[in-house]
Write a new protein. Structure first.
Length: 342
């Protein structure tokens, strides 16, 4: 994709880090042990373009949700910057909250069980002065219709709905303040498989109809394959690969990404690419490995990988990888089989 064709960034993070200082127990304090520091994010650079769905994928504990919380201003980074296009210096917390809204993994815990759906929506519409008071009910009905729900939902409580319906209500609530960006943090992982597809279709239609920019967070590449325009892969607090979706699935340039693609369930019992199977859990964020942080689990690591910490670098016109061997990796043998399996 050429520079002229690339939409402008609506949200950009640069050099984001987030470290948590973990306290010592009584025994460790008596022994004089030092505090431990957990590195949840370690130098994240990422941009979300206007009108696109960008998928952020990685195993649990990779830092995806921490980044999401920073983007919606519910936690502050240790260092680095978050830039929102068109947001003036000194903007209020309310204005920031209006522009970037979040859809959570568990819709029930994110909804107030003591409020009816109509009360939730009315509260937001009033607080942000989206419409005049006399138009609040009509606007609420319009929002519910946008997510496939009827007017009678307004007078009901969250406990009266199924998981899929609750997530639709949560999405309607996020849309109420007319945001520029939706951050969807694992929004289908708590739902039945039969419901997941309908929620994914809803996100796709919202992006197309409203021109929303969506950061869609997931741990499963299969979930985002047909939804996103681009994919960013995160591992142990860093982005290790970014590419357009079709390019990433056809030509992954990081061994971790290849392993994630290979782990997608298929009808065949035969693995697409056994070379990139990985075992074990990611290393502890308390003790990040030296060199490339993926090298203890990487099937193609060499001595150089144990010494050098690779930055995210270009390996194509619109492809970035944080792998020292990115240019030397053999063509992905699973690309054709993966296409046949879909």
């Amino acid at each position: 994709m050429s520079t002229a064709q690339t939409p402008p960034a609506v949200l950009r993070v640069s050099g984001i880090t987030k470290a948590y200082r973990v306290g010592r127990g009584l025994i460790r304090r008596v022994a004089g042990a030092q505090h431990n520091t957990l590195k949840a994010l370690d130098g994240v650079d990422l941009e979300l373009r206007r009108g696109e769905v960008l998928a952020l994928v990685g195993e649990s504990g990779s830092g995806k949700s921490t980044l999401a919380k920073i983007l919606v201003n519910s936690t502050t980074p240790t260092s680095g910057t978050v830039e929102e296009a068109g947001l003036k210096a000194g903007a209020t917390r309310r204005e920031r909250a209006r522009r970037v809204q979040m859809v959570f993994q568990d819709p029930y815990s994110s909804l107030n069980p003591r409020l009816t759906v109509g009360s939730m929506l009315a509260e937001l519409l009033t607080l942000h002065r989206i419409v005049p008071r006399k138009e609040i009910r009509q606007e609420s009905i319009r929002l519910l219709g946008r997510v496939g729900l009827r007017e009678d939902v307004l007078d009901a409580y969250p406990s009266q709905f199924s998981g899929g319906q609750r997530q639709r209500i949560a999405i309607a609530r996020a849309l109420a303040v007319r945001p520029d960006v939706l951050v969807a943090d694992e929004p289908v992982s708590a739902l039945d498989v039969s419901v997941q597809a309908t929620i994914l279709d809803l996100f796709r239609s919202l992006q197309a109809e409203l021109g929303l920019s969506i950061l869609f967070i997931a741990h499963n590449l299969a979930v985002v394959q047909h939804l996103s325009q681009r994919v960013a892969v995160m591992y142990l607090g860093r982005i290790v690969e970014v590419a357009e979706t079709a390019e990433l699935f056809a030509n992954p340039r990081h061994p971790y990404t290849r392993a994630l693609i290979d782990s997608i369930p298929r009808m065949s019992a035969e693995s697409v690419n056994d070379l990139f199977d990985i075992e074990g859990e990611p290393p502890s964020p308390f003790d990040v490995p030296s060199g490339c942080r993926f090298h203890p689990r990487c099937p193609v690591a060499v001595d150089r990988c144990r010494r050098e910490d690779p930055a995210l670098m270009r390996v194509g016109a619109a492809h970035q990888s944080a792998c020292l061997l990115a240019e030397d990796l053999a063509p992905y043998p699973g690309a054709q089989k993966a296409e046949e399996a879909r």
